[in-house]
Design a protein around this ligand. Structure first.
Ligand code: MG
Length: 308
């Protein structure tokens, strides 16, 4: 996945500071730096153009989009590379009976990680199209809150809510985000398949790592489902992945809303500057131990909030 847009000078400065220690030795022509952050390669050009490449490029891109909005009041113009291939294989994933899984919350400092698997039978395609599931990426949270309950009523699914405490425990054990995702995708796929004898043409995961590392992460699991098709942007191609993405987002919104109610304020999404500011307020009010219950402690935000 490649995402590219132009940022303003103030965001540029923040990026230079942020990626200071992740810079590669070599810098491409006209670039200020090229850096590696986990799975993503980030290149910032003198012109302000920034390019994010890799499976989780959208997560990193969103953080900086948010910063740009915060600092300048408007989102950067995006130039997403249209891959022709995507349209071709869309047909392979669309008119099929499928199970598909996706996750939400992995780029948000506050709130749980939700992973969901759904089953879509061919005869449900019209129902889902009428609800507007086809372009799930374009759905606003407001629309998701509206349509998710109807989907959850009709479409069989299995979801796992990884609360922050449990997430932090897994991180402490040395599990990285991709390993956590792999374990949870495998878990929801198996638990959905146990519910019924579904007619399945394919099982699709919205790809976040190579198949080889996916199965590598699962080498200590007793039961691993293996007949999986991995593809990126799967929620655009495959309706069961789209359903899983909507259901996960719905659960995530509900969970963070409930957390916010308990704290008496609205919790900001993402992992940007607003999140740091909110974190500082909450720590002032409740003490730093509260972060273990509401946040993903391994994110860099923790250091910024605690001021180390
Ligand atoms: Mg995904």
């Amino acid at each position: 996945m490649t995402i590219s847009f132009k940022v303003s000078d103030n965001t540029k400065e923040k990026m230079i500071e942020h990626y200071k220690y992740m810079k590669r030795d070599k810098t491409p022509a006209y670039a200020i730096f090229q850096a590696d952050d986990a799975d993503t390669v980030i290149t910032l050009y003198e012109s302000g153009k920034v390019v994010f490449q890799g499976i989780s490029a959208d997560i990193d891109a969103n953080i900086w989009k948010e910063t740009e909005i915060m600092l300048n009041g408007k989102a950067p113009e995006e130039k997403e590379k249209k891959e022709k291939k995507d349209d071709n294989d869309k047909n392979d994933y669309y008119f099929v009976n499928s199970i598909g899984s996706d996750e939400v919350g992995t780029g948000d400092y506050f709130g749980p990680v939700i992973v969901c698997a759904s089953y879509v039978n061919k005869k449900d395609i019209t129902f889902l199209e009428e609800l507007g599931v086809r372009d799930s990426k374009k759905l606003t949270d407001e629309k998701i809150l509206k349509i998710a309950p109807s989907i959850m009523n009709k479409i069989p699914y299995s979801a796992y809510i990884l609360k922050n405490k449990e997430y932090n425990m897994m991180q402490n054990k040395g599990y990285n985000m991709n390993k956590i995702k792999a374990i949870l995708h495998n878990k929801v796929l198996l638990s959905l398949m146990k519910k019924d004898n579904y007619i399945i043409d394919m099982v699709v995961i919205d790809q976040f790592t190579s198949p080889r590392s996916y199965f590598g992460f699962l080498k200590n699991e007793d039961n691993v489902y293996r007949k999986i098709t991995f593809t990126t942007k799967a929620e655009d191609k495959c309706l069961s992945v789209a359903c899983s993405s909507i259901i996960s987002r719905y659960i995530f919104l509900k969970e963070t809303e409930e957390m916010g109610n308990k704290l008496g304020s609205l919790i900001p999404k993402g992992a940007g500057v607003m999140v740091d500011e909110y974190g500082k307020k909450i720590v002032n009010k409740y003490g730093k131990d509260i972060l273990n219950d509401i946040a993903k402690l391994n994110f860099k935000n923790t250091e910024k909030i605690l001021g180390n």
